[in-house]
Design a protein around this ligand. Structure first.
Ligand code: SF4
Length: 112
C-alpha cells in the first residue's frame, strides 16, 4: 500500500478541529504575499544569449547580433524571474509591487 503524500496528510490534518483552532489562534495565512503568489512571477528556463556574426548579403560588412540559445534542460536551468523588473527572484521574497491574481496589493500605489 502506498503511503499518503505530504499534501494528503496536510489536507487530512487541516480538517481536524484541533488544527483549525491552532491555525486561528496563530492567524495562519497559507497564501502570504510572496513572489511565488505574485502575478509577475514566472518560472522559466534561464535565457542565455550568444553573439553571432552575420554576413551581409552585398558587401564585406558583417554585423554581430545577440541570439537566444534554445532552452536546454541542463545548460538552461529553470529559474524564477520577476517579469515586472526583469530580474531573478526567490519564491519566498516580496516587494512593494506584489499583486495577487485577485488584484490585492500590499503597498499603496504612489504617484510618480
Ligand atoms: S519582485 Fe515583486 S513584483 Fe516581482 S514577482 Fe516578486 S513580489 Fe512580484
Amino acid at each position: 500500500m502506498k503511503a499518503p503524500s505530504v499534501t494528503e496528510q496536510m489536507k487530512a490534518e487541516e480538517g481536524t478541529e484541533r488544527v483549525q483552532r491552532a491555525m486561528a489562534a496563530q492567524d495562519y495565512d497559507p497564501a502570504a504575499p510572496r513572489c511565488a503568489t505574485c502575478v509577475y512571477f514566472k518560472h522559466e528556463p534561464l535565457v542565455r544569449l550568444v553573439e553571432r556574426t552575420l554576413d551581409s548579403r552585398h558587401g564585406k560588412k558583417t554585423r554581430k547580433v545577440m541570439v537566444r540559445l534554445r532552452p536546454h534542460p541542463t545548460r538552461n536551468p529553470m529559474v524564477d524571474r520577476c517579469t515586472f523588473g526583469n530580474f531573478l527572484v526567490k519564491p519566498a521574497g516580496v516587494c512593494n509591487e506584489w499583486h495577487s491574481r485577485s488584484g490585492e496589493r500590499i503597498a499603496l500605489e504612489t504617484a510618480p
